[in-house]
Design a protein around this ligand. Structure first.
Ligand code: UD1
Ligand code: CA
Length: 455
């Protein structure tokens, strides 16, 4: 753990996003921008994280939960004013405060550590993280003295022609000594093009007081990109997804076509698993080793074991054990648990059900709210009638049962272990173990009927 407190700025509306959602809650690689920044701070070892919220503050608090402390900036009067709101919480801190922006989602723990260490070893009161931006439009520019020291930061809207030519930009990430920061913030004015209290002005103020201010330059400009628009959001998405794909491949996962494989930041995939094109792995999805996933699979918060094969499938909030194969055209809905070596074929939907080891749902099934034992065979077209229009009921099928094709199981109903059901049955009563149940009209053949009709 570092002797470091962070303040993450997340109060702005993000006008340029043209959205009702607070900017920092927009997602990249499946996770809000703010969560990316917070996760990086935590990974670097920050001991406290304070998030400044304002526009959509309640929404932001709900999204982050108890992972951070919050202060509210009632009116968005600028980044300097935003940091000032954290003063009451941090008054007792006399160590280092790092300010991060909730709209720089590509920042990572290494960069945070590099800035922190650079600040500490320089013995500065304030240190800004800078980058050479190929397109510096919109960023504050770093203005250096002839000797190369940082003199001040000038915002795009306040810069003259010469200053606009500067490619070295303010990443919006800084380290400050807490007491000096809050003292200097009292002196920041708003006499500028935007009429805002600019945090970067703290550097010039401290410098004028004869304090040491410092810059840590990174050549990884991508990690400092600030997101102000949807176009920039899409750019960050591309970079993060590319990084995730590289990380997976470096860890032994085969991606047949990285450009058409979309894996969220927090997803884990085991070695020797092959991801086929058009596979989306989202949220907290975990996939084991030696699996073949895709083409065309979308899994959201799905936990998949080893040696699993899936194609053309959608699953969310469910668990799949080792050796299962499913697809094509399968929908696994929340609270489904597929036991070891389950086989699911085409056009099958499973919802809120437990399917036991080695059970087969080979074609055209709807299994909802059910507990199916192990080594059960459900014939083509098995349907659980789990809903009477008001309530949902469960179906239980014992181990080794054999359900004939086109059976409707009207829940609540229990099929005993090893029982058989004749094809085309509508089962409304429990079936004892090892019985045969036939629930269909008796067949009657009328001899010569067709000829009689003709006449
Ligand atoms: C800011 C910096 C700029 C830097 C750039 C890096 C200032 C004045 N400018 O510009 O030098 O190059 O970031 O990306 O700081 N926010 C609040 N309260 C406010 C205003 C902003 O919490 O009153 C938050 C926003 O939610 C955002 C962050 O601060 O997360 C940065 O604000 P934004 O308006 O995006 O600043 P930039 O114009 O990008
Ligand atoms: Ca910004």
């Amino acid at each position: 753990m570092l002797d470091l407190v962070t303040v993450i700025l997340a109060a702005g509306k993000g006008t340029r996003m043209k959205s009702k959602l607070p900017k920092v809650l927009h997602k990249v690689a499946g996770k809000s921008m703010l969560q990316h920044v917070l996760d990086a701070a935590k990974k670097a070892g920050a001991k406290r994280n304070v998030v400044v919220v304002g526009f959509g503050g309640e929404q932001v608090k709900t999204a982050i939960g108890n992972e951070a402390e919050f202060v509210v900036q009632e009116e968005q009067l600028g980044t300097g004013h935003a940091v000032k709101q954290a003063a009451p919480l941090l008054a007792s801190e006399n160590g280092t405060v790092m300010v991060l922006c909730g709209d720089t989602p590509l920042v990572n723990a290494d960069l945070i550590t590099k800035l922190y260490e650079g600040h500490k070893s320089a013995g500065a009161k304030a240190t800004v993280l800078t980058a050479m931006m190929p397109d510096a439009t919109g960023y504050g520019r770093i203005i250096r003295t002839a000797a190369g020291d940082v003199a001040r930061i000038v915002e795009q809207k306040d810069a003259n022609e010469e200053e606009l030519k500067v490619k070295e930009v303010n990443s919006g990430i800084y380290c400050f000594e807490a007491r000096d920061l809050f003292a200097a913030l009292e002196k920041v004015g708003c006499d500028n093009a935007q009429g805002e209290y600019y945090l970067p002005d703290v550097l010039a103020i401290l410098r004028e007081q004869g304090e040491k201010i410092w810059a840590v330059a990174t050549d990884d400009y991508e990690s400092t990109l600030g997101i102000n628009s949807r176009v920039q959001l899409a750019g960050a998405e591309k970079i993060l997804r590319h990084r995730k794909n590289i990380e997976l491949m470096d860890n032994g996962v085969t991606l047949m076509d990285p450009d058409s494989t979309f894996v969220d930041a927090d997803v884990e995939v085991g070695p020797d698993t092959v991801l086929y094109p058009y596979t989306w792995l989202e949220g907290k999805t975990v996939i084991g080793s030696d699996c073949e996933i895709g083409p065309n699979c979308r899994f959201t918060n799905v936990s998949i074991g080893n040696n699993v094969t899936a194609q053309f499938a959608y699953g969310h909030d469910c668990v799949v054990d080792d050796g299962v194969d499913f697809g094509p055209y399968v929908h696994l809905r929340p609270n489904t648990h597929l036991g070891k070596n389950v086989h699911i074929g085409n056009f099958v939907e499973v919802k809120n059900s437990n399917i036991g080891e080695g059970t087969k749902l080979p074609h055209l099934q709807y299994i909802g709210d059910s507990d199916v034992g192990s080594h059960v065979n459900c014939g083509c077209g098995t349907v659980t009638a789990n809903y009477d229009g008001k309530s949902k009921f469960r179906t239980t099928i014992g181990d080794d049962a054999f359900v004939g094709c086109h059976t409707t199981l009207v829940a609540p109903v229990t099929v005993g272990e090893g029982a058989y059901i004749g094809a085309g049955s509508v089962i409304t009563k429990d079936i004892p173990a090892k019985d045969l149940a036939i629930g269909r009209a008796h067949q009657k053949n009328i001899s010569g009927w067709a000829d009689k009709r003709k006449n």
